[in-house]
Structures are given as structure tokens and as C-alpha cells.
Ligand binder design. Structure first.
Ligand code: ATP
Ligand code: MG
Length: 334
């Protein structure tokens, strides 16, 4: 039976955090049994940020693979591979770049936001500027139908689908497939500082590999309500990170509602609330941390080596179809 394909991935620029867990990793664990799932460690994309500091990527690569396996992505079920090992991908990028205008990239909300965040001004490296095209190559190479992602990725998937439509129309083919984003209920987890998004680069995240102590410290530093000073003071739930995390990670919804009501009225302290969140997160993270401790470097290397071999075969098949469609597969003309 032909199974549908899911593609997903992360840049190895640090360990994965609770935003990844709730935004994509949990979905991937579930999806792997319904789809042929490819999970890509996007080291080439990471170079667009870290080209001058590749050791960061080297150090993070196996950490990310360890994160995958510790949350339950099973390398015998999902194919875990490394982007730089798939030589068909950059060739696809060359063909797709003809189909995307610079103004389209400039106007893409995700790219626009990142250009601002990184303070590039008018000195944007071409490599960074083109990463959405590279992402289109990653997705289409595997003919992925489903992409489990966080909210920030939606404009990039839309751009990928534009490339697909333009390619198929231009070369009168249907060899490329459009993809659908799959968002989780929490598709944008806020940072512990209350900032828009928990993220590696903003250093405001709880990492899956953090020690129990670090997790506790981070919870205790969480942004709550600066006007809620005495326990008896009425407090605000909106923008209160502890409640946001309880909403995301605690299944006892009725209890959360009761706590919210009590907090708003006055009479519930931040410490009691943080203790509850600490219990919830420690319980969730313990088996992940324990699994992580059993993983060996040699096995992780073996997993990405095998996964990359398998992924290369699939991507190469698509590349041949793309060359055929354009009419530059001279080998097949001989
Ligand atoms: P960086 O700070 O380097 O951009 P990041 O922490 O934002 O790193 P990415 O590698 O950009 O992580 O994201 C990988 C995937 O995880 C994407 O699909 C993204 O949407 C999702 N993701 C990242 N952070 C969050 C979050 N806070 N909430 C939900 N999903 C997230
Ligand atoms: Mg990001």
C-alpha cells in the first residue's frame, strides 16, 4: 500500500525546546505511524545563519537527533537524515530559483520578519535570502503532502506551493506535489520571558535536555503579572506565561480554569502556580531525559548515515523527473 509522505525538520543550531515539542515533535511522533515520515536535520539551512561558525552546527547535529529519539521519533519507523548529505537538493534549488522573484521573497512575511530580527538592512546575504527556495527543494524532493510545523512556517509553505504550481505549469508536468502544513493546537509557544515565541536564538526557552534544576530555575524566572505582588492581589491571566504553559502542557483543563478564576480574584500566589507547572513539566520531561541518557554517539551516527542513504535515493528520483520535465536529462536521450 502506498503511504502518504510527511516531511519535517529543524536547523541544528542548538538543542530542541518545549516550543518544538508542543509545536511539531508531538505531531511527528503521532504522524510516523500514518505517514512515511522523513525528518531532516537542516544543516545547510543552518549555515545561512552560522556560515562563519560551523562548529555550532557540528556540535548541535547529534543533539537534535538525540532530541528526536528521546521524544519518541523511532528511527526504525521514520527516516532521519541530514540535508547536506543529499546532493540532489542544491541542484533542485538552482532550477527553482528561476521561478521565484526577489520581490516575492522580500514580501514573504517570515523572511521580512527575520531580516528585521537579524538587522540585515540592505546587506542581506544571498544564501539567507534564498533559503525559502531551498526549503521548497526539501519539501518537493520527497513529494511530501504533510508538513508538521509551527505557525511561522506557513508563509514558507505557501511559497513552496507557488514554486510547485509554477514548475508544473511551466514544464507541463505534474511531477511536483503541493504540500499542506499541519499545525498543532499550540503552534507558537511564548518564551519564558513572555516574548512572542520561545526560540533557540532568543535564549528564552526550556530545552528538552535541560536538567531538572535548570527547568525549575527557568520556571521560577517566568514572566507572570508584574502587578500581582501580594497573594491577595487580583492577578492577570492574559500574558501570564505560567498559565500559557499550563494551558499547553497540563491536561487537567477544569483545574486550570479554577486556578485562573482564583488568580483573577486574588488569593493564589505565583509560587503555588509555578510549583504546579514545575511538577507537570518535570513529570513530562523525566522519561525524555532518561531516554536521552541511554543514547550513544555511535548509534546516532549510524542512524543518520542509514537515513541519509535512503533519503538520497528518493530525492534523486525526483531530481531525475525534474530534469526530464525541463528537458535536460541528456543521459536519457542517448
Ligand atoms: P531559531 O531561533 O534558530 O530560529 P527556533 O527555536 O525558532 O530556532 P526553528 O529551527 O526555527 O526553531 O524551528 C523549527 C520548527 O519548530 C519550525 O517548524 C517552527 O515553526 C517550530 N517552532 C519553533 N519554535 C516554536 C515555538 N515556540 N512554538 C511552536 N513551534 C515552534
Ligand atoms: Mg526559528
Amino acid at each position: 500500500m502506498d503511504r502518504k509522505i510527511a516531511l519535517t525538520g529543524d536547523r541544528p543550531t542548538g538543542c530542541l525546546h518545549l516550543g518544538h515539542y508542543i509545536g511539531t515533535l508531538k505531531n511527528r511522533v503521532a504522524l510516523q505511524h500514518q505517514y512515511d515520515q522523513y525528518v531532516m536535520v537542516a544543516d545547510v539551512q543552518a549555515l545561512t545563519d552560522y556560515f562563519a561558525n560551523p562548529s555550532k552546527i557540528q556540535e548541535s547535529l547529534l543533539e537534535v537527533v538525540a532530541d528526536y529519539i528521546s521524544v519518541g521519533i523511532d528511527p526504525n519507523v521514520s527516516t532521519i537524515f541530514v540535508q547536506s548529505q543529499i546532493s540532489a537538493l542544491p541542484e533542485l534549488v538552482m532550477y527553482y530559483m528561476n521561478l521565484v522573484t526577489t520581490s516575492r521573497l522580500e514580501r514573504n512575511p517570515t523572511v521580512k520578519n527575520e531580516i528585521q530580527q537579524k538587522g540585515y538592512g540592505d546587506t542581506i546575504p544571498v544564501g539567507f535570502f534564498c533559503y525559502p527556495v531551498s526549503q521548497a527543494a526539501d519539501i518537493t524532493a520527497f513529494k511530501a503532502e504533510i508538513i508538521p510545523v509551527g505557525e511561522d512556517q506557513l508563509p514558507l509553505i505557501e511559497l513552496c506551493n507557488e514554486v510547485v504550481r509554477r514548475f508544473n505549469r511551466t514544464y507541463n508536468t505534474d511531477c511536483l506535489k503541493e504540500a499542506k502544513a499541519q499545525l498543532s493546537k499550540t503552534s507558537r509557544l511564548v518564551g519564558i520571558d513572555g516574548k512572542a515565541k520561545a526560540s533557540k536564538s532568543l535564549n528564552n526557552a526550556i530545552f528538552l535536555s535541560d536538567s531538572a534544576d535548570t527547568v525549575k530555575k527557568k520556571i521560577w524566572s517566568m514572566y507572570t503579572d508584574p502587578n500581582h505582588i501580594k497573594i491577595s492581589d487580583p492577578g492577570r491571566v492574559e500574558g501570564n506565561v505560567v498559565f500559557t504553559y499550563l494551558d499547553a502542557f497540563y491536561d487537567e483543563k477544569d483545574e486550570i480554569e479554577n486556578l485562573k478564576a482564583k488568580y483573577c480574584k486574588g488569593g493564589l500566589g505565583d509560587t503555588a502556580l509555578k510549583s504546579l507547572l514545575n511538577d507537570v513539566l518535570q513529570k513530562m520531561l523525566l522519561p525524555i531525559r532518561e531516554k536521552r541518557a541511554t543514547l550513544k554517539k555511535k548509534d546516532l551516527l549510524e542512524i543518520i548515515s542509514e537515513g541519509s542513504k535512503k533519503a538520497a535515493i528518493i530525492a534523486n528520483q525526483t531530481l531525475q523527473e525534474v530534469r526530464n520535465a525541463i528537458g535536460i536529462n541528456y543521459q536519457s536521450m542517448l
